[in-house]
Design a protein around this ligand. Structure first.
Ligand SMILES: [Zn+2]
Length: 277
């Protein structure tokens, strides 16, 4: 694997308890005909990423239905204690009775950087009033929300630029990370950064090799927004080899500063800003 950067922080990894991983891999197969090639459980995921040179891992998981976030987050708290340089966006479901109480406990954990909302799977709007308390909490406690809010690989009524902009109308300073560069509405989501200083985007699944579609705006947008882009792999839920997206990014011959920033510097600074007392 020549040319792979020596310093990598991966800001978009998934770790789930084994039986949930099994269910997710089956769902990918059924829904998208995606054959996940790295069917590894969490300890092996961490070990493999570290062998590939990933120093810091930021992972997430999400509650696909009400009633499971609490248990998932107990698991997260345990896993976070097992490893150094491991951070998490925790699970949250606004349909749970004590969701906000749970979130208040979790934000006291410095290794929990915030919460993941997966609107394609969880099926609610980002501007759902039941989330407003969570948004206020993350802003007050210097945490973030990681959103799957783009229309890739498929859409539903809850994802897309339009519903997301409604949240920003109400919470213009929401500290949010938009997964997958907002795919498929790349330009619209990337341009939000001009008006909303707390937004970041991650690269996961945007630079897959053919025949998969991906990021299509050319180098200009990437260079323009390089201070707000974070590398993410989506490991282990990959349908192409781990290094393929990194190699495709390197083939674009972007500036050395671009690569330094997205593979390491932006994430290191962001984590520092979230974890320093
Ligand atoms: Zn993901």
């Amino acid at each position: 694997m020549s040319g792979i950067p020596e310093k990598i922080i991966d800001f978009h990894v998934h770790l789930f308890p084994d039986r949930l991983f099994d269910a997710i891999w089956e769902a990918f197969l059924k829904q998208y005909n995606w054959h996940i090639i790295h069917r590894c459980y969490y300890r092996e995921c961490i070990e493999r990423l570290r062998r590939n040179g990933v120093s810091v891992i930021v992972y997430s998981n999400y509650a696909h239905r009400a009633g499971i976030a609490e248990e998932l987050n107990r698991w997260n708290e345990k896993v976070l204690q097992e490893y150094e340089d491991l951070y998490c966006f925790a699970a949250y479901h606004p349909g749970d009775d004590h969701a906000l109480d749970m979130a208040r406990r979790l934000v006291e954990n410095p290794k929990i950087l915030g919460f993941k909302l997966q609107l394609l799977v969880q099926n609610f709007y980002p501007f759902d009033e039941r989330l407003f308390g969570l948004y206020d909490l993350v802003m007050k406690k210097n945490k973030r929300i990681l959103f799957h809010t783009g229309t890739g690989p498929v859409g539903n009524p809850y994802v897309g630029l339009e519903p997301f902009m409604k949240v920003l109308d109400r919470f213009p300073d929401l500290p949010a990370t938009i997964a997958h560069l907002g795919a498929h509405e790349y330009a619209g989501f990337m341009e939000l950064v001009d008006r909303h200083p707390q937004l970041y985007l991650d690269t996961a699944f945007c630079f897959l090799p053919a025949p998969y579609d991906g990021y299509n705006l050319g180098p200009g947008y990437l260079e323009k927004y390089k201070s707000r882009i974070l590398y993410g792999s989506d490991y282990p839920n990959l349908i192409t080899p781990w290094e393929a997206e990194i190699e495709n990014l390197l083939k674009m011959n972007l500036s050395p500063e671009f690569y330094d920033r997205i593979f390491y510097d932006n994430a290191a600074a962001l984590i520092r800003s979230l974890t320093e007392a």
